[in-house]
Design a protein around this ligand. Sequence first.
Ligand code: NAP
Length: 246
Amino acid sequence: MLTGKIAVVTGASRGIGKEIALTLAQKGATVIVNYNGSATKAEETVEQIKEAGGKGEAVQCNVSDFDKSAEFMAYVIKQYGRVDILVNNAGITRDNLLMKMSEEDFDAVLNTNLKGAFNCIKHISRQMLKQKSGRIINVSSVSGVMGNAGQANYCASKAGLIGLTKSVARELASRGITSNAVAPGFIDTEMTQVLPEAVKAAATEQIPMKHFGSTKDIANTVAFLASDEAGYITGQVICIDGGMAM
Ligand code: NAP
């Protein structure tokens, strides 16, 4: 259980982040539901948390912005006094073949997916060091493990997240703070619903289990990594992908 814990989940207005927020709240954590543009959806996530008897609050922040992320974390610490769990889930795609990929699309993906996680970890690390405890969980991707044609920016950001996860694990382990990554395979969310049917069929062929995963598959593993029971696990990357990246 996560009773009494304070959790921040970035990009929790929909998809995987929303499911993580609902699951952590169901296990007793107070969840700060971060979003960038989808205020209504973030409020809906909070409503669902409250309807199920949990506690939560929606907070807008573009995590790719260094100063805004600092303000966001300072606000959470002021309101709640501590942060036990940080889930860096916010992510975007701007897919294209390398030859056609614009500098803008490369930068946008790196800034949200990788720098966003750096920003949030940096601005919460002092508080976690003071607490001598904390759980940092970064949502990477099998694309960061395997690479993927048409996703040079996305794969670079997700591979970068793995390096960030392990470096943070090494720096903070002695202070009771763990840092781990989950690497989802193909999960049924808005991000994958926009893929052409032929791409989805080809992707399914690569998955030994022959079907996409659910947001719940990811949320359950994140909840475990956030728990006291996972206290001796740090610097790890757990693929949740139906066997795709083994
Ligand atoms: P999604 O449905 O597109 O949701 C993305 C979330 O990220 C939204 O809540 C969005 O908030 C938020 N977000 C985007 N940019 C942000 C920013 N700058 N600041 C704060 N929040 C921001 O995506 P998803 O499929 O749930 O994916 C969630 C994570 O899992 C991502 O990191 C993704 O790369 C990773 N992942 C997904 C899959 C998959 O198959 N779906 C596979 C591997 C990894 P707004 O709506 O407010 O903009």
